[in-house]
Ligand binder design. Structure first.
Ligand code: NAD
Length: 337
């Protein structure tokens, strides 16, 4: 099978090459690494391939999928869990099979989310810059303990449960969660108690962390009303998907000093900037610029997944998916419309 691998970064090339070295069956997949992202314009670069491999910000909308079909490509292998960037009904109509990596290392994202919480609560980012400048004063750096504080998790899937376990069992925080499809047994094992509504979670929490997927029902689940339901002293963390938050509303409430701090690993509109070096150009996205200018907001570039363990898991599962598809067998990780 020939694979056109879009948005390839050095860490992708290293992890996919290492996986092939470790398992010779994966060498059945011949990869062409392409550093460009996949969209309608760049799809032609996959000419001659049987499959494409795509990541979170590659755009697999109807025109891109039609172009892939024109090139006789019938497999899309997502090397991520989320599939919000794929027009699944078009893929189905065109007979393109979409597979993904449903779980690689929930701990990678969960540990990063907890790290972001601590960063904005204990102000590591400010301390780092201050000390580098030779300023060892502590004024303005006071935070709060996570122990006995209420942390609210929106979504208790693989990552949410893991965050809950770290915070409840490790930090002894009071962890509550909202999920329309609760798993009471798994939650109880992780020390998480469910609440009945999102509003109840938002009103009680000192920290709110988002772990639900992006889909029509969750787009802007954190809108202005939701933000105003949160305590003015609360911290908001998003390591899931940018469009879960109404960014304009977030900027508006931050300007009113509502919310203590915000940590974002994802951003609605990140496709234009994330995963590339824009340090030599002017940021044209005023909302992103405004967000980055708040002293109580930190933005990271969709980095939560990036551990050796996660990259290894992503490569193994993606090769497994492709080898299964090449044999014409049923793949368990297929994404259905
Ligand atoms: P998962 O499918 O295991 O869990 C998602 C949970 O969200 C499920 O329990 C589901 O019932 C729940 N949910 C659905 N609708 C909801 C709603 N309206 N309110 C509250 N909960 C709701 O997914 P996961 O593996 O835990 O991953 C969660 C998300 O994390 C992914 O969808 C992806 O967007 C994001 N993610 C981000 C990174 C990163 O690097 N930043 C990496 C991996 C995943």
């Amino acid at each position: 099978m020939k694979l056109a691998f879009f948005s390839a970064k050095k860490y992708d090339i290293d992890s996919f090459t290492a996986a092939q070295d470790a398992d010779p069956t994966f060498k059945a997949v011949q990869i062409t690494f392409l550093d460009v992202g996949l969209d309608e314009r760049t799809a032609v670069l996959a000419d001659g391939a049987d499959a494409v491999c795509a990541f979170v910000n590659d755009r697999l909308d109807a025109p891109t999928l039609s172009e892939l079909k024109r090139l006789n490509i019938s497999f899309v292998a997502l090397r991520c869990a989320g599939f919000n960037n794929v027009d699944l009904s078009s893929a189905k109509e065109l007979g393109i099979h979409v597979v993904r990596v449903p779980a690689y290392s929930p701990e990678a994202v969960a540990e990063f989310a907890v790290g972001l919480m601590l960063t904005v609560i204990r102000k590591y980012h400010k301390a780092y810059s201050r000390v580098r400048e030779g300023n060892f004063t502590l004024s303005g750096l006071e935070g709060f303990n996570l122990q006995n504080r209420t942390v609210g998790l929106v979504g208790t899937g693989k990552i949410g449960l893991c965050v809950g376990r770290i915070l409840a069992l490790g930090f002894q925080a009071r962890v509550i969660a909202f999920d329309p499809f609760p798993d009471p047994r798994a939650a109880a094992q992780c020390g998480i108690a469910y609440v009945d509504t999102l509003d109840s979670l938002l009103a009680q929490s000192d920290v709110v962390s988002l772990h639900c997927p992006l889909m029509p029902a969750t787009r802007r689940i954190i809108d202005e009303r939701a933000l105003r339901t949160m305590k003015p002293s609360a911290v908001l963390v998003n390591t899931s998907r940018g469009p879960l938050i109404d960014t304009q509303a977030l900027v508006a409430v931050l300007k009113e000093n509502h919310l203590r701090a915000v940590a974002l690993d994802v951003y609605d509109g990140e496709e234009g900037y994330f995963f590339r070096d824009a340090s030599e150009s002017v940021i044209q996205d005023d909302l992103l610029s405004r967000l980055m200018s708040f002293h109580n907001v930190i933005v990271t570039g969709h980095q939560a997944f990036l551990t050796q363990e996660a990259l290894h898991g992503i490569a193994e599962t993606t090769f497994g998916n492709l080898v299964t598809l090449a044999k014409g067998e049923e793949c368990l990780n297929v994404v259905k419309a």
